[in-house]
Write a protein that binds this ligand. Structure first.
Ligand code: UD1
Ligand code: UDP
Length: 363
């Protein structure tokens, strides 16, 4: 039995790593890996393959960056001949990026069963490109694997039959737990002259936050205050770097000595940075989940989340981009206020095994 597994962008690599490993333990399954090339910088792609022991992709479609329509179409055009030639038994896609929906559409139109890992998440915000990718991918999938109970409920509400839906836990957390000891040995704190527990980590890349100078400016208003008290390490995403370069906001950033921009870092260094941080400020999806497991306070710079469990039981506060709200959340954390976070059910490091065992029985 052959399953084509698709990756394209940074958060896909953490999700596919434990699945490729679990497939490798099933002699009857041939897991083929296709990289669409949506992300291609060394620090957005290859570094993760090496650090997470992901096999070299069997096929790289090398699509690169473009507008949504062009990127999605290019991925579809390049992926279709791969599916036609290999005639796999199924195609597996993860997450909510353009590569996910593009390859999913190609598979189902060729009559190949589609597996979606991280199904059912909904932010309720259709201006978010990922929300469209999530809704469409789930609507055409045959096997939908959910990370949290809310995802199962969302799918039920959208009319997905129960027998297609499986609550299995979180493959991203499989990767975190498998790599925590290695990450603990990272020297990144020394390299950046940081003291354990005495700095914040920031990531920002959502178009709604970083493509609009007014919104980014408001976030900077809050960061300006925080960085006076607590150094902020900011591994900057290429989209955000591109927007800042040469802009008026770049000058404001230069005037904040406590806000330290660095290139994106590898998974192990990033895990070390987040796990030792006093708090994390982010608009990332995956980082809301990782901070939940690490029990590190997380301030999410968005008005909503598709991962509500991280706020219900975890350490996550969804505050949006109003500087006053960001600062209130920051002050609460610095004052040690808040409840003790819990680990969501099934986020135990065995999600990929569950997925592969269900697939090997049913496919
Ligand atoms: C994509 C995903 C988003 C995910 C994020 C993870 C979609 C619609 N968006 O957003 O869901 O959270 O990845 O990081 O799929 N660039 C580089 N080098 C790279 C990759 C990108 O310089 O290796 C630059 C290019 O200028 C590109 C821009 O970043 O135009 C945006 O890249 P793109 O993949 O289109 O979207 P992301 O913002 O990365
Ligand atoms: N990450 C990383 N280095 C960085 C920033 C993030 O390794 O400099 C990891 C992070 O630990 C998580 C994933 O990238 O596993 C999240 O990806 P991203 O925020 O790009 O995408 P999202 O989850 O928002 O789709």
């Amino acid at each position: 039995m052959e399953i084509i597994n698709v990756v394209g962008a940074r958060p896909n690599f953490m999700k596919i790593a434990p699945l490729m490993e679990a497939f490798g333990r099933h002699a009857s399954i041939n897991a083929v890996l296709v990289h669409t090339g949506q992300h291609y910088d060394e620090r957005m792609s290859d570094l993760f393959f090496r650090q997470l022991g992901i096999p070299e992709p069997d096929i790289n479609l090398d699509v690169g960056s473009a507008s949504h329509a062009v990127q999605t179409a290019e991925i579809m055009k390049s992926f279709e001949p791969v599916v036609l030639e290999r005639r796999p038994d199924a195609v597996l896609v993860v997450g909510d990026v353009n590569s996910t929906i593009a390859c999913g559409l190609v598979a189902v139109k060729l009559g190949v069963r589609l597996i979606h890992v991280e199904a059912g998440l909904r932010s309720g915000d259709r201006t978010m490109p990922e929300e469209i990718n999530r809704i469409l991918t789930d609507a055409i999938s045959d096997y939908l694997f959910c990370t949290e109970a809310g995802g199962v409920e969302n799918l039920g509400r959208e009319g997905v039959p129960d027998e297609k839906i499986f609550l299995v836990g979180n493959v991203m957390i499989d990767t975190l737990l498998a790599n925590k000891a290695k990450a603990d040995a990272s020297k990144i704190l020394d390299e950046l002259s940081l003291t354990d527990g005495d700095y914040a980590v920031l990531t920002l890349h959502r178009p709604a936050n970083v493509d609009d100078p007014d919104v980014l400016g408001r976030i900077l208003d809050a960061l300006e205050v925080i960085q006076r008290d607590l150094p902020i390490i900011f591994p900057i995403h290429p989209r955000t770097r591109g927007n800042l370069t040469g802009s008026l906001l770049a000058r404001r950033v230069e005037d904040m000595p406590g806000l330290r921009l660095i290139d994106p870092v590898g998974y192990l260094d990033f895990l070390k940075l987040t796990s030792s941080a006093r708090l994390v400020l982010t608009d990332s999806g995956g980082i809301q989940e990782e901070t939940t497991i690490l029990k590190v306070p997380c301030i999410t710079l968005r008005e909503n989340t598709e991962r509500p469990i991280t706020a219900e039981v975890g350490s996550n506060q969804i505050v949006g981009t109003d500087p006053e709200k960001i600062l209130q959340a920051w002050r609460r954390i610095m004052a040690g206020e808040g409840r003790t976070p819990q680990i969501p059910p099934l986020w135990d490091g065995h999600a990929a095994e569950r997925i592969v065992s269900i697939l090997s029985e049913r496919l």
